[in-house]
Design a protein. Structure first.
Lengths: 422, 136
């Protein structure tokens, strides 16, 4: 069945609401056709990734829309940009790129998007509920919306996000529909030692391994402790969306569409089953490390943006210690969480400890880090995956405990004991 | 003659065939200024994609790949065409917007497994607007 548009869609396409809405509708319609959608559906919100500057094309598109008077028709949040507007002194890039990046941010604000500048819109108060259709871009946000909130978004790229926000419509296809949300692959972690599954560090590594194994399929994890925290689920999703194209997963006993294995699979028999061992996870962990050089130059935490509970753990681990003077310490977070840190007095404690907060952006997508002498360490599988290529740094992956101890001592220290077989 | 099961972006192209050994994320894995693979973990890191008919089974990674691909198409550093086995909206969106804003078309074709193997064995090919892939 070809795509059928309703009268409202056709009117937008015909330009009755102006050239910007018509361009936005053409982008939605062409995307819908590529997905073999039979119709469009209403969305209640959007999250825009296109506000991060990648070159003239993205700016030309946004300015065309904004100059022609486009306005979003649903509440719309903005992803990280290339600039930290709260800490502009950190920016080390060239003036031209900064000006272009700022012009792009201005164009999206002009269209009525909220200047949230975070890759973790799910950490803010207003979140889409179970079953609601949205158009979210940014791979970690997409997988979190689907898996953890049970909201419905397909794996959208830049441009569809704003086009959907302007028209209020998205293709009725892919992960918007029940059929594509059911798991086809079982990922059994019951053979992984329980003491490793009790640690946060296990989850980005599980996600990295999962993404490599399943590609764009929907997996269901069984054998994990019930009631995994949102931060652990965030770590699985963001890692799997970097090493693979993970846009939806289930964890039996933790995610809303997986009360049990049968429901997660939609009553069908899974096509594949993987038994995961501690050895698999050690291999996956090692893939996230490019250097064993002991000299530490930096730590970078908060990819995706650090949550309040993650900061609580960091503050606890730091105690009253300072990081080593030769080490640069960064934590990326969103403005709403940064505001909470101020209220709790934690911003001052982090500054006293020598740790730099980065807001509105992230250390691996824009030049904000100082010249780093030595290895950069992170607790994020996503950062470990992208930083070597983006920044030309050697990276060591470790737990947040490893990162803090290493930062205080000025050398890479990792607790290998937690990865043992028993 | 090999033919696409679907044309995601219809258009004409020709060029050398380059089959990628692993899926590539255009964001973080590819540099639009030079048109080369920069993902250090990719087996073909350093390879240029400029003007080639690039084959990969599926897409991968970040939403920003749409922006990077659109920029490469604008800049003339993109592949001549892409051949995939599974549809990937993130990649398709980059090509849609480049077409809408610059009227520059980078065809994207979907093929089945057998056709994929046949095309991958070619040195160079010509793609027609109806999705025909002819040796060249």
């Amino acid at each position: 069945m070809p795509l059928t548009l309703d009268a409202r869609d056709q009117a937008l396409l015909d330009g009755t609401a102006g050239p910007a809405a018509a361009l936005a509708m053409r982008v939605v319609v062409r995307t819908a056709e590529s997905m073999e959608a039979e119709h469009l559906l209403d969305i209640t919100g959007a999250h825009i990734d296109s506000c991060l500057y990648h070159g003239q094309a993205g700016l030309d598109f946004a300015q065309r829309l904004a100059d022609d008077g486009a306005q979003v028709s649903v509440p719309t949040t903005l992803n990280v940009s290339s600039l930290d507007l709260l800490h502009p002194e950190l920016y080390r890039g060239d003036d031209h790129t900064r000006d272009q990046a700022r012009a792009l941010m201005n164009a999206y604000q002009a269209m009525g998007c909220e200047p949230t500048w975070t890759c973790a819109p799910y950490q803010m108060d207003a979140r889409p509920p179970l079953g609601e259709h949205v158009a979210w871009a940014e791979s970690n946000a997409i997988v979190f919306a689907n898996a953890v909130l049970g909201a419905r978004t397909h794996r959208y790229g830049d441009f569809l996000d704003i086009a959907a926000a302007i028209t209020g419509r998205a293709p009725a296809a892919g992960l918007h529909l029940d059929a594509a949300r059911h798991a086809t692959i079982v990922f059994d972690v019951s053979a992984v030692p329980a003491k490793l599954l009790d640690l946060d560090v296990a989850y980005p590594v599980i996600g990295h391994h999962l993404g490599k194994l399943v590609g764009s399929a929907v997996p269901v994890i069984v054998g994990a402790p019930a009631g995994l925290s949102e931060d652990r689920l965030k770590a699985i999703g963001s890692a799997g969306a970097s090493s693979g194209s993970l846009a939806m997963f289930h964890v039996v006993g933790s995610t809303p569409e997986a009360p049990d294995l049968e429901t997660a699979c939609g009553g069908r028999v899974p096509t594949d089953r993987h038994m995961i061992t501690a050895d698999d996870l050690r291999t996956a962990r090692d893939q996230l490390t490019t250097s064993t050089n002991a000299k530490l130059g930096a730590i970078s935490l908060g990819t995706p943006h650090y949550s309040v509970p993650e900061f609580a753990r960091l503050i606890e681990l730091l105690g009253d210690r300072r990081i080593h003077p030769d080490v640069h310490g960064y934590v990326n977070t969103g403005r709403s969480v940064a505001h909470e840190l101020d209220l709790r007095g934690w911003s001052t404690r982090l500054a006293d400890a020598g740790v730099q907060l980065v807001t509105d952006t992230c250390t691996y997508i824009t030049p904000v880090m100082a010249d780093i002498q030595g290895t950069a360490m992170t607790d994020s599988a996503k950062w470990a995956y992208y930083a070597p290529g983006n920044l030309g740094l050697d990276v060591a992956f470790g737990s947040v405990e490893d990162c803090v101890e290493s930062a205080v001592r000025g050398e890479v220290i990792r607790d290998e004991g937690v990865w043992a077989d028993a | 003659m090999p033919k696409a099961t679907r044309t995601l972006i219809a258009g004409e192209a020709h060029g050398e065939i380059l089959e990628l050994d692993e899926p590539l994320s255009f964001w973080g894995g590819f540099e639009s200024e030079t048109g080369t693979i920069i993902d250090q973990a990719h087996p073909q890191v350093g390879q240029s994609l400029v003007g080639k008919i690039v084959m990969m089974t599926v897409g991968r990674g970040s939403s920003s790949a749409s922006s990077v691909l659109a920029e490469a198409i604008r800049d003339g550093t993109a592949p001549a065409a892409l051949i995939l086995q599974e549809s990937d909206e993130i990649i398709v969106l980059g090509a849609i917007v480049a077409d809408e804003i610059y009227q520059t078309v980078m065809p994207i074709l979907l093929v089945d497994d057998v056709t994929y193997r046949d095309v991958a064995s070619l040195t160079a090919a010509q793609i027609t607007a109806d999705g025909q892939i002819d040796p060249r």
